[in-house]
Design a protein. Structure first.
Length: 197
């Protein structure tokens, strides 16, 4: 069997990866372009050959994450599955993103407020729209008698906050495996939503 060769990250991709890690650790405001250049291992002046500004880096991180989540939402919405299965798929996607792309997802969730206009308003609108779509799937499930009669926007809020709590799993020294974490979270939250006959 032929070995798959992993594509080497471009300099810009490397800068975005290192920036996401620094923004998560120090915060966007406290990270300087000089700090970033040092971490990447290039001169600060050379950094500007690949990226115009710190804000451009934040835009790229936030909108890459948003595009990934929106594409997944569109695919989930258009499927013919039961609402409860759609919610489980969305939840599993959120959990995996928080595990596998932790830095980027964390930054897009916590540091987006530092975006410049018009990106800030655009990102806020995307966040609102995403939550509305998520709530709409829950509401459809309530109508179809698959999901308990609950307030859908509140359920979305609880689910998203629970997923953001995976941050503490990353810091834990005695943590369960990523697979166990995902299955435990899905069991707790999906069973909490499911209407039992």
């Amino acid at each position: 069997m032929a070995k798959t060769v992993r594509k080497r990250a471009s300099k810009k991709e490397l800068i975005l990866q290192k920036a996401a890690a620094m923004f998560r650790e120090k915060g966007f405001a406290a990270t300087s372009m000089r700090d970033l250049a040092e971490t990447v291992g290039i001169e600060a002046a050379s950094l500007y050959n690949h990226i115009r500004s710190k804000n451009e880096i934040l835009e790229a991180i936030c909108f890459d994450v948003a595009n990934s989540f929106n594409a997944n939402m569109e695919g989930t919405e258009s499927s013919n599955e039961k609402s409860i299965l759609k919610i489980e798929k969305l939840l599993r996607f959120h959990i995996r993103q928080m595990i596998e792309n932790y830095e980027e997802v964390y930054v897009s969730d916590r540091e987006w407020k530092h975006l410049d206009e018009p990106y800030l308003s655009n990102f806020q609108a995307q966040r609102r729209n995403y939550r509305k779509k998520f709530a709409s799937i829950i509401e459809q499930g309530i109508v179809k008698n698959e999901i308990r009669n609950i307030d859908a926007p509140t359920a979305v809020l609880i689910i998203l906050h629970a997923v953001s709590g995976i941050e503490s799993w990353h810091r834990s020294r005695a943590r369960i495996s990523a697979g166990e974490l995902e299955d435990n979270m899905v069991m707790i939250m999906i069973d909490g939503l499911r209407k039992h006959s």
